[in-house]
Design a protein around this ligand. Structure first.
Ligand SMILES: Cc1cc2nc3c(=O)[nH]c(=O)nc-3n(C[C@H](O)[C@H](O)[C@H](O)COP(=O)(O)OP(=O)(O)OC[C@H]3O[C@@H](n4cnc5c(N)ncnc54)[C@H](O)[C@@H]3O)c2cc1C
Length: 256
């Protein structure tokens, strides 16, 4: 909606373009260099906002000379805890995450997580539960998502190098035990957990370190606005926060 609004107001949207680096002149950012269909192209603007996400943005910044980007981040690791309940038929239209609880003191959140056929089978196979690959209709799943400690580093090409520490694993294990009891109380049998996943990479270009409180980098006219600017361990769905940051930045840039 916001993109459509911007285009209606005259913004030019270039799809399928991969930004490689920011073009600078001294301490000023003046444009970006991007690749589209194998061609390298430059675009220039008075203000530049990098919003390539928790992995994409630090890669662009590093290629633009901001070497500190992409270290000590979070990614909110998660597992699914699954149980089989006889005589239920979970509809394929079941909406995941329709209820949830944030157990802040224990360092994780939990929510219901119905899956479509493909991912039910894929994640069961991932932990060798081939017997559960085709059990979507009578599988109940609870997702445990932990607040991991900051750590790790990205490679220059965006490869993720991070291990879960003892405390992170303990949070997920405790969440697993709690989810297991809930599923057992619901009649669940054959309870098992999926492998680790992570879907919220962020904290790679932190406010207070690489951007100021208005999301400006060390270069004039260069801003970053996405999950990468969150400055501390997170452990929650970040979308509303990121939208809020975007609206705040838009107002700030409009005022300057
Ligand atoms: C399966 C899944 C489920 C999720 N569910 C939820 C949820 O229920 N609630 C919630 O709040 N969050 C959820 N999240 C997390 C949420 O989607 C992300 O945290 C959020 O989208 C991050 O926003 P962002 O703007 O930082 O980055 P993104 O949304 O990742 O946007 C970055 C964009 O930049 C593009 N890009 C990257 N590099 C370049 C480049 N070099 N040049 C040009 N473009 C580039 C990418 O293609 C992408 O379109 C989920 C994530 C996943 C994977």
């Amino acid at each position: 909606m916001y993109v459509e609004e911007a285009v209606a107001n005259g913004a030019v949207l270039i799809n399928g373009a991969k930004v490689k680096k920011v073009i600078t002149a001294g301490k000023n950012a003046i444009g970006v260099e991007y690749k589209k269909r194998g061609k390298t192209v430059s675009a220039f603007a008075p203000k530049i906002v990098i919003s390539a996400g928790g992995i994409g943005s630090p890669v662009i910044l590093r290629a633009s000379g901001i070497q500190g980007a992409g270290y000590s981040f979070f990614f909110d690791p998660l597992i699914g805890v699954r149980g089989t309940v006889k005589d239920i038929d979970v509809p394929s239209s079941d909406i995941p995450m329709s209820a949830g609880v944030h157990l802040e003191d224990e360092g994780y959140m939990m929510t219901d997580m119905a899956h479509p056929f493909f991912t039910t089978a894929f994640f069961a196979a991932g932990v060798m539960r081939f017997d559960k690959m085709f059990s979507r209709r009578n599988t109940l799943q609870i997702m445990i998502k932990a607040k991991d400690n900051l750590g790790g580093e990205l490679t220059d090409r965006g490869g993720i190098r991070k291990n879960l520490d003892k405390l992170d694993k303990q949070k997920l294990r405790r969440g697993y035990e709690r989810a297991k009891k809930i599923l057992q109380n619901a009649g669940g049998k054959n309870i098992f957990k999926t492998g680790y996943l992570a879907a919220h990479p962020g904290g790679t270009v932190k406010i207070g370190e690489l951007v100021d409180s208005n999301l400006k980098t060390e270069y004039e006219n260069l801003y970053v606005c996405d999950c990468s600017v969150i400055p501390e361990a997170w452990g929650l769905p970040p979308t509303f926060t990121i939208l809020g940051l975007g609206k705040r930045l838009a107002k700030h840039l409009g005022d300057t």
